[in-house]
Ligand binder design. Structure first.
Ligand code: HSE
Length: 445
């Protein structure tokens, strides 16, 4: 049978990795897919560079629309990124009846509902394994491998850049800004790392996982996003003394407890923020640029997925897995394919994504306080007034003659809104000498 024909839009790092791996493993891939898979067209603005990568094995054009318009092309792989032209081209490819593979997490997290609806109406597939955690097959796991489960929560290290920075901060005792500079010099962080360090990239990925885990539409605008730019080396050190590591986690959690509250309809937490995780958890020991995702299902319990979340060949591994899936399934009745978001389109629910004030977590607090009688009592009094229970307290030993100290408090679970009110009251105390540091904590049991 003639190989299925693929057109690449964009041949940067992931595109050239896809080309390389597809060529290297073509025989194995053909045996798995039941048919060859061939990249026969590539569109890239830098035609010369693209020709340097593909040689005479594929036709190179500057205009992506030539690929979309070619009736020979069965699958369009979008590797341009961003929400601009990439969105237009994906919608045009769908309208032209092409199946689409994309690594574009930003596009799907923000415009996924429109894109999946267009694909459903056209009877084509949009596959996006590479959009979340690079080479880790987490979409496949959530959508198919765990399909028997009622998923309870998903928590992941889904941004390699920030995990690399946090690992370096911990092992070298350095502050954020110094490590970021190093990471940029080594090529671990982009020249403009904003999306990574502000948590936006992780929130795109968490949004996609949330939709698939709980059968709700993708809703990036409802995600709570906090990056790692304000993290200080001192807090990483104190956390360690208390038995915790700080990781930037993407978390999405089902909150059935709200369904039983008067008028409550249940809710879903969707958030990205630095998080204290017990050092003995496997995910707390994921270091460097690696990614890992923990999924808690009611039947299977806890499962962990670990691997490279970026890079040419790891991401190509996910892109090609999608190409194989489409090759196997493209002749199947569209109603019998695996739904884009794991749940049948008519069965998505409108369970609300909770505002951050409604989220339940425990907290790490660091207060720089005057070292005098009654300070601790006043602070713990405020926490008690807000019904926030303390788990542990650590006080830095003051040096001879020093008039201030650091007070570290770990709390039990509480509703965030309550903690916000307590923090405002504590911050107003004259004996609290600097802005209070608060970092959320998850036991991930
Ligand atoms: N920039 C991302 C990371 C990879 O650092 O993990 C692509 O999403």
């Amino acid at each position: 049978m003639k190989p299925i024909q693929v057109g690449l839009l964009g041949i940067g790092t992931v595109g050239s990795g896809t080309f390389t791996v597809l060529n290297r493993n073509q025989e194995e891939i053909r045996r798995r897919a039941g048919r060859g898979i061939e990249i026969s067209m590539v569109a890239d603005l830098d035609v010369e560079r693209a020709r340097g990568i593909v040689g005479d094995r594929a036709r190179v054009v500057a205009d992506a629309r030539e690929v979309i318009a070619n009736p020979e092309i069965d699958i369009v792989v979008e590797l341009i990124g961003g929400y601009g032209i990439a969105k237009t081209l994906v919608l045009e490819a769908i309208a032209a009846g092409k199946h689409v593979v994309t690594a574009n997490k930003a596009l799907l997290a923000v415009h996924g509902t429109e894109i999946f609806e267009a694909a459903r109406a056209q009877g084509v597939m949009v596959a996006f394994e590479a959009a979340v955690a690079g080479g880790i097959p987490i979409i496949k796991a959530l959508r198919e491998g765990l399909t028997a489960n009622r998923i309870e929560w998903v928590a992941g290290i889904i941004n390699g850049t920030t995990n690399f920075i946090l690992s370096e901060m911990r092992s070298k005792g350095l502050d954020f800004a110094a490590v970021l500079k190093q990471a940029q010099a080594l090529g671990y962080a982009e020249a403009d790392p904003t999306f990574d360090i502000e948590g936006v990239d992780a929130a795109h990925k968490a949004t996609i996982m949330s939709a698939i885990a709980f059968g709700v539409p993708v809703q990036f605008d409802k995600a709570y996003v906090e990056g790692i730019t304000a993290l200080q080396a001192a807090d990483i050190r104190y956390a360690e003394q208390l038995g915790y590591r700080i990781k930037l986690l993407g978390i999405t959690k089902r909150r059935d407890d709200l369904a039983t509250a008067p008028g409550g309809a249940g809710g879903i937490e969707l958030r990205v923020h630095p998080t204290l995780v017990p050092s003995q958890r496997l995910i707390a020991n994921v270091e460097g640029a690696m990614n890992a995702v923990v999924v808690q299902g009611d039947a299977v319990g806890s499962t962990l997925y670990y691997g490279k979340g970026a890079g040419a060949e790891p991401t190509a591994s996910a892109v090609i897995a999608d190409l194989v899936d489409i090759t196997r399934l493209h002749t199947a009745d569209p109603d019998h394919r695996v739904p884009h978001l794991a749940f049948q389109p008519g069965s998505l629910q409108d369970t609300p994504i909770l505002a951050i004030d409604e989220v339940v977590t425990s907290f790490y607090l660091r207060l720089q306080v005057a070292d005098q009688a009654g300070v601790l009592a006043r602070i713990t009094g405020i926490l008690a007034e807000h019904d926030i229970s303390i788990d542990a307290v650590l006080q830095r030993e003051s040096a001879e003659g020093e008039k201030q100290t650091d007070l570290i408090i770990l709390t039990h679970d509480t509703v965030e809104g309550r903690m916000r009110a307590a923090l405002a009251q504590m911050q107003a105390l004259p004996t609290v000498l600097a802005p209070i540091v608060r970092i959320r904590k998850e036991e991930l049991k």
